[in-house]
Ligand binder design. Structure first.
Ligand SMILES: *Cc1c(COP(=O)(O)O)cnc(C)c1O
Length: 400
């Protein structure tokens, strides 16, 4: 007999705010549309950046999202079960064995190699798909050297030639991805724009009429700087423009450089709050060593609080002796190494502190606030990694 084991503790929980997500979505869509875009593709890859795609995708669909972006066919299938209406863009390379599932779940694959088309056409044939009934989006590698068709005449011509052989496939979209959209003075973005424009021109000159051209993540949308050129590029190709924000839906953006931070970034609201509680308190003497390898030595007698979370929950080991949490509206510094399931904080200066007190790891408490950007700064990474890293055993709870 299989015994179900739910490996999830109530040691910490992540509250996911529906109203913040929906409000961010509305703001971003208005921002895109006021800039001439048709719509946005709401990116919910990586379990909605750690927020729980099972809730976030339906919330976005109910708020009017007509496009959702995910990483893989497996994610797409999961989202399709919950969201029957929106188009679902698969944003990474298709695998041969996924082609049939992609079509069965009405997903929109990203393609750039002739073999992607062959797999899809074969799967479409088995399903007797009608002419042009399987939409595909061509990604152009305009300068990231990661994925997409190289932006050379030869590579694009070879792809288009292959595409002509498969009338069941419809080239619905053409897109590219920018490497440094938050660097407002980046020469790389300007160069990518030039190479993408040339590629789109080649596609239309070959007689293809994609309905959509989409470029740009949260930073591109928030900065607004390249939006007019991108919209014009799309319209010039007889297509509508879509923007693809991800992190901004969850209330964050990358730190901008090379110019003023765009005001739109300030109006976003963090969607996730991460909380735990004090498991236990202890008095230690001056000179006591705290945690693995004694990396913190008590400078005086002090009170230490034990938190039932650690790097297995996504509370990075890099936070060891760096940063703080909130208890009773005050900052409690992290002391000693963060271990797998446990973290210790200094609560010496927090009057009335008690076992069971709420501890905020991300979010507000009293007048204080900790953001995923703060944790990212302490852990030397970006908010994306902090949010995606909130562990599987941390229960996500729906909040207003
Ligand atoms: C992840 C991703 C996005 C969204 O990026 P953010 O920086 O989170 O806004 C957009 N487009 C593609 C292709 C992506 O992979």
């Amino acid at each position: 007999m299989k015994i179900p084991i739910k490996v999830r503790t109530l040691a910490s929980k992540a509250e996911i705010s529906r109203s913040c997500l929906v409000s961010n979505f509305g703001r971003l869509r208005s921002l895109a549309q006021s800039g001439g875009a048709r719509d946005i593709i709401a990116v919910v890859k990586a379990n909605a950046y750690g927020h729980g795609v099972d809730r976030c995708a339906p919330w976005l669909a109910e708020a009017g999202a007509r496009w959702l972006g995910v990483t893989s066919v497996a994610e797409g299938i999961a989202v399709r079960r919950l969201c029957p209406s929106p188009s679902i863009l698969i944003m990474t390379a298709l695998q041969a064995e996924e082609a049939d599932d992609a079509i069965a779940s009405r997903l929109t694959p990203t393609v750039w190699e002739p073999r992607h088309l062959e797999w899809l056409a074969a799967a479409a044939g088995q399903r007797a798909a009608a002419l042009g009934s399987v939409p595909v989006h061509l990604e152009i590698d305009s300068g990231m050297s990661r994925q997409g068709a190289p932006a050379t005449e030869g590579a694009i011509a070879a792809f288009l030639q292959a595409l002509r052989r498969f009338p069941a496939l419809e080239l619905e979209g053409v897109f590219t991805h920018f490497a440094a959209p938050e660097e407002l003075d980046a020469a790389q973005t300007a160069a990518q724009l030039v190479s993408f424009r040339r590629a789109v021109q080649q596609v239309t000159e070959a007689g293809f009429r994609p309905r959509f051209v989409h470029v740009g993540n949260s930073a591109t949308l928030l900065a607004q700087r390249d939006l007019p050129a991108l919209v014009q590029l799309a319209h010039g190709a007889g297509a509508e423009f879509l923007s693809r924000p991800g992190i901004a839906l969850y209330g964050y953006s990358l730190p901008f450089s090379g110019g003023d931070a765009p005001p739109a970034a300030a109006s976003l609201q963090p969607v996730l709050a991460w909380k735990t509680q004090i498991a236990s308190l202890r008095r230690i003497d001056a000179g006591a060593l705290v945690g693995y390898n004694g990396t913190f030595i008590a400078p005086r007698p002090m009170t230490i609080a034990l938190l039932p979370i650690g790097y297995a929950d996504g509370f990075s080991r890099k936070l060891s002796n760096r940063g703080h949490v909130l208890i009773r509206g005050q900052r409690a510094p992290i002391v000693g190494r963060v271990s797998m399931d446990l973290t210790t904080v200094d609560v010496q200066d927090i009057p009335g502190v008690a076992a069971g007190d709420e501890v905020v790891l991300i979010g507000g408490q009293g007048d204080e606030n900790i953001t995923a950007d703060d944790l990212a700064h302490w852990a030397e990474t970006i908010s994306y990694e902090i949010l995606c890293g909130v562990g599987a055993r941390v229960e996500r709870i729906a909040a207003p």
